[in-house]
Structures are given as structure tokens and as C-alpha cells.
Design a protein around this ligand. Structure first.
Ligand code: ADP
Ligand code: MN
Ligand code: MN
Ligand code: MN
Ligand code: MN
Length: 360
């Protein structure tokens, strides 16, 4: 698609958006497809006193053969609502509905990674697991070139862009700001944003979130980002190494703690014990930490090598980093730096629980 095909007629649209909805609301059902992209479609529901909870919402379905989630001869995939958020696009009483995908035979769809993770979170809930995810992403123009990069060449080397301020250092701050506000409106626990090391790369953080809430919130935050960028004619890439060479990749650093790790008396002991366990299952974790992560985890550009498990205090070249402040205080959390920006947060949070506390 050529960039000239992007048009918007926002002022003309506004008079329709102001129309009364006549006692109806619009529910946008969101799900995750076979490629780890969000999909969505909308339906009309009657307005409900006190608003909708997941259990009040109808199960729906979609054509799984069009999303790589089902064969054509048995294509219905069911959408089971699991979380509801205020809709920052339609506003009013309209809602976003995050749904799990289920097959017609009553089993979870192959790409429903939430279902198993819910079981792990429930089984080990007494440990009060908190997660904080750092979602890095790259903005591309409609020709798949990082936004603001010269069409036939490269920007000046990395250095001025991280947390950069000013023209020539950062692009599309409007999208970042719009996304931040939309997350707050929707009740996403967004904890911050920053411009990243590679030009056109940004990060937002969500957390701390408890248990399954982490995956739910991150997926909706991703959906919001893609929707907002769509309005600005910008593509969002979560590829872990969008540009080969001396350019930082993109990760989904996963910060984690339990009640025991946050205990001022013995926190560091619990952190060290958890890291020991993670070291015994490095390959299993890497297997669900994102596609093409080998292009990113090279041991350069603030990463650990994909074939080695390492940890250290304040070390951004290791698999696991214990923040300096945590080491100094003797309790808190650690950061798993291995997950790629395109990983599924349900799979990441699930395997961390499984490795540390056992399978269910
Ligand atoms: P970095 O220094 O690696 O760039 P960020 O500030 O981007 O870290 O992200 C840190 C994340 O860790 C945030 O999402 C924050 O909510 C989360 N976090 C802070 N404390 C804890 C904790 N005790 N347990 C889990 N996550 C935490
Ligand atoms: Mn149809
Ligand atoms: Mn960060
Ligand atoms: Mn970062
Ligand atoms: Mn980090």
C-alpha cells in the first residue's frame, strides 16, 4: 500500500459519533490470532445497568479459517469473554471485550495460551505473583521503513535517540501520547513510556499486574497501540530485530516478584532460589519467548546470548538482571530480559510460574 492511500476525514465523522445510541452499546470483541496479532469485531448489545462483566456477555464466534485458527471445513471458533474495558475510541458506555478462543469440540483453540496460564496462576495464587512488562516496538511507514529513516540509507548511529528529545531524535510522539492516555482511560495499568535506543523505537510498560491480569492487560494495550497507529497511518512492528546490524532489537523484558521476594527480611533468598530454577530450564523458556529471538539475543546490544543462561546485578548483558536498587535493599524483584517483543505474555508469565512453582 502506498503511503498516499492514507486518508482521514475526522471532522466530518464527528457529527455521527455525537449521535445518540438509543439504549444500545457497542462491544468490540478482541482476540489473538495464529500469528500473535490481535483481531476484533463489534456487535450491538442492550445497555446494562451497572455495566457488563465478562460473565454477563454472550459467547460469540468467528471464521477461524480466515485467521489461521481453524480449517475451512470446521471453521467456527468461539469467543469466550474474559475481561472488559471502557472503550477509549467509542467512549460512552461502549466497551472492549477481551475473549479467549475455543474450538467447537469444547477444547481451547491451539493459539489460546491463556487457558493453561490461568490454571497455573490459580494454583500458585498464594505467592501473589506480580509482573511488569516492558513492551518495545518499532514504528514503520506504510512501505515498512522505520518511521523517519532516510529512504535510501541509515540515520546517524545510536546514541542520541534513547529517551531522546527533539526533532531528528524521536518521531510520532503523538501516537505514544495518545496511546498512554487511551490506556489510562481503559484502565490499563500502564506505568510509563520512553523512546528507545534505535530511532523509531519506543517502549511502554504495564504493571505491576497480578497473575493472569498481566497477559490480559498487555494484549489490550497492544490492541490499543495498533488501533491508534492505524489512525495516524503508521505500522507497529513487534519484530525482535527489525533492522539487522548495529541497531538494537526489541524485547519484552519481564519483571517478576512474589510475596516472598518482596519480603524485606528474606527477599533476596527467594529471588536467588527462583533464578537457580530458571537456569535449569533455559531452553524451555527460550522456546516460548518469541519467534526469531535468535536474531536479537546475540550477547550484543544489551542482550545475553540465546545459548547461555546468565544473571547479574545491574547487568544488561545477562539473561536475568537483578536491579541495583534491589540488590542494595536485599529484596524486591528481578528482570527476565530474554523475552522478545513479539512473545505472548500468557506464555511468558505461565512458564515462569511453572518453572518456579511447578506444573499443574
Ligand atoms: P528498566 O529499568 O528495565 O527499563 P522499566 O522501568 O522500564 O525498567 O520497567 C520496570 C517494570 O517493572 C515496570 O512495569 C514496573 O511496574 C515493574 N515492577 C516494579 N516493581 C515490580 C515488582 N516488585 N514486581 C514486578 N514488577 C515490578
Ligand atoms: Mn459474514
Ligand atoms: Mn524499560
Ligand atoms: Mn527498553
Ligand atoms: Mn528492562
Amino acid at each position: 500500500m502506498a503511503s498516499s492511500s492514507f486518508t482521514s476525514n475526522a471532522p466530518n465523522l464527528q457529527k455521527y459519533l455525537d449521535l445518540d445510541q438509543n439504549g444500545k452499546i457497542i462491544a468490540e470483541y478482541i482476540w489473538i490470532d495464529s500469528e500473535g496479532q490481535t483481531r476484533s469485531k463489534a456487535r450491538t448489545l442492550p445497555e446494562k445497568e451497572g455495566g457488563y462483566k465478562p460473565e454477563d456477555l454472550p459467547t460469540w464466534n468467528f471464521d477461524g479459517s480466515s485467521t489461521g485458527q481453524a480449517p475451512g471445513d470446521n471453521s467456527d471458533v468461539y469467543l469466550k469473554p474474559v475481561a472488559v474495558f471502557p472503550d477509549p475510541f467509542r467512549r460512552g458506555k461502549n466497551i472492549l471485550v477481551l475473549a479467549e478462543c475455543w474450538d467447537a469440540d469444547g477444547t481451547p483453540n491451539k493459539y489460546n495460551h491463556r487457558h493453561e496460564t490461568v490454571k497455573l496462576m490459580e494454583a500458585h495464587a498464594e505467592h501473589e505473583p506480580w509482573f511488569g512488562l516492558e513492551q518495545e516496538y518499532t514504528m514503520l511507514d506504510l512501505n515498512d521503513r522505520p518511521y523517519g529513516w532516510p529512504p535510501n540509507g541509515y540515520p546517524a548511529p545510536q546514541g542520541p535517540y534513547y529517551c531522546g528529545v527533539g526533532a531528528g531524535k524521536v518521531v510520532q510522539r503523538d501516537i505514544v501520547e495518545a496511546h498512554y492516555r487511551a490506556c489510562l482511560y481503559a484502565g490499563i495499568k500502564i506505568s510509563g513510556i520512553n523512546a528507545e535506543v534505535m530511532p523509531a523505537q519506543w517502549e511502554f510498560q504495564v504493571g505491576p499486574c497480578v497473575g493472569i491480569e498481566m497477559g490480559d492487560q498487555l494484549w489490550v494495550a497492544r490492541y490499543l497501540l495498533h488501533r491508534i497507529a492505524e489512525e495516524f497511518g503508521v505500522k507497529i512492528s513487534v519484530h525482535p530485530k527489525p533492522i539487522p546490524g548495529d541497531w538494537n532489537g526489541a524485547g519484552l523484558h519481564t519483571n517478576f516478584s512474589t510475596k516472598e521476594m518482596r519480603d524485606p527480611e528474606n527477599g533476596m533468598k527467594a529471588i536467588e532460589a527462583a533464578i537457580q530454577k530458571l537456569g535449569t530450564r533455559h531452553a524451555e523458556h527460550i522456546a516460548v519467548y518469541g519467534e526469531e529471538n535468535e536474531k536479537r539475543l546475540t550477547g550484543k546490544h544489551e542482550t545475553g546470548r540465546i545459548d547461555q543462561f546468565t544473571y547479574g546485578v545491574a547487568n544488561r548483558g545477562s539473561s536475568i538482571r537483578i536491579p541495583r536498587e534491589v540488590a542494595a535493599k536485599g529484596y524486591g524483584y528481578f528482570e527476565d530480559r530474554r523475552p522478545a517483543s513479539n512473545a505472548d505474555p500468557y506464555q511468558i508469565t505461565g512458564i515462569i510460574m511453572e518453572t518456579i512453582f511447578g506444573a499443574v
